[in-house]
Ligand binder design. Structure first.
Ligand SMILES: [Fe+2]
Length: 353
């Protein structure tokens, strides 16, 4: 009996005797940030590193977990400030109920050149946008746990002051991490913000499912949903789409590669979509086809691609440079401004309902 008691006592104090590395304190390596923001609800997320796994002689892979709180009962068009456990602060605005003035930024392809990614994010942060849309390829490999803390470190100052809406790029590899970190329940969905209906799509068909049959069924279901969602949003002043793969591109080596998304083009035309944002090609492109503007904004840090094959009668403007796009909405209009990393205005144009 005595022996058993002594063993129990030893087991109780055992954790305190183990090396401290196994009991490393949690630290926040991502966020906080606001996602799934509507006029009355929002989710605040952050990413915690609870330790590291030593792989081989010197590689340390972080152990990450996503934390979140969701809330309802908010008021439309309100500025919310919050503090998460650990003391980090953030703010965001809830969606305005009626057509209103607001500012969004769209940018993407932030993998690879981290110094340029940091500069672009710093430039975006100064514009203080209400919402930020990321056109995908946030990191080089979404399945690689080591890459996410760096992404969040670079984007921290911007993410804690806005509502964030990323879409899946092919480099995310449909990773569960993407869904966990950004509290994404379905890879395609829509939201309304001050008279504008935003639709976020998963154009990464290649990673959408394991079998060809499952991919085909995912794609046809997404197309069916898109048709239905856009049909229901005809009373919105504008309909805006964000996805990773561009239907139109002036990059010659890519012109044959985006066939699946071409199936969406008739739906964009049928339902009077104002503008479709994509990434994937690392440059700025503006095409206008049958009344729909197609913007490629993939200038967030990934290696630049040449724009060597403008499409006659469709391409409006191209430039191979790091940049982001501002969307300045007001009742009855949206002003679009493409801004290069050096501050140059690459192009401005106005959208009318
Ligand atoms: Fe891509």
């Amino acid at each position: 009996m005595l022996k058993k008691t002594a063993l129990s006592a030893f087991l109780l104090i055992l954790p305190a005797l183990l090396p401290s590395k196994l009991c490393a304190e949690d630290k926040i390596v991502g966020g906080p940030f606001a996602v799934n923001v509507t006029g009355r609800s929002a989710t605040i997320g952050w990413v915690v590193q609870s330790g590291e796994v030593k792989v081989g002689e010197s590689r340390l892979v972080p152990v990450l977990r996503a934390e979140k709180v969701s809330m309802t009962g908010l008021k439309a068009g309100e500025t919310i400030s919050y503090t998460i456990p650990g003391g980090l602060h953030g703010t965001f605005k809830t969606a305005p109920a009626k057509p209103s003035a607001f500012e969004a930024v769209v940018f993407g392809d932030t993998r690879t050149r981290h110094d340029l990614h940091r500069k672009i994010v710093s430039a975006i942060e100064k514009t203080n946008p209400d919402l930020v849309f990321h056109t995908g390829d946030l990191v080089t490999d979404g399945l690689d746990t080591e890459q996410w803390p760096r992404f969040f470190d670079i984007e921290r100052g911007m993410l804690n002051k806005t509502a964030f809406y990323p879409v899946l790029g092919n480099h995310e590899r449909n990773s569960r991490r993407f869904y966990e970190f950004f509290d994404v329940s379905t890879p395609y969905y829509s939201l309304d913000w001050g008279g504008v209906h935003f639709v976020l799509l998963n154009s990464d068909l290649g990673n959408a499912a394991m079998s060809a049959q499952a991919r085909e069924s995912f794609w046809s279901e997404q197309l069916r949903w898109l048709d239905e969602d856009l049909a229901k949003a005809q009373k919105s002043e504008f309909r805006v789409v964000v996805m990773h793969h561009p239907p139109f591109t002036a990059v010659k080596s890519r012109q044959a590669g985006n066939t699946p998304v071409m199936a969406m083009v008739p739906l964009f035309e049928k339902h009077h979509v104002a503008v479709v944002f994509s990434g994937h090609d690392h440059n700025y492109q503006h095409h206008l086809n049958k009344g729909v503007h197609y913007i490629v904004t993939g200038g967030g840090g990934a290696p630049l691609y040449p724009v060597d094959a403008p499409i006659e009668g469709t391409t409006v403007k191209v430039e191979s440079t790091e940049h982001y796009v501002r969307l300045l909405a007001a009742p009855g209009s949206i002003r679009m401004e493409a801004i290069a990393l050096d501050g140059r205005n690459l192009e401005s144009f106005e959208l009318k309902p």
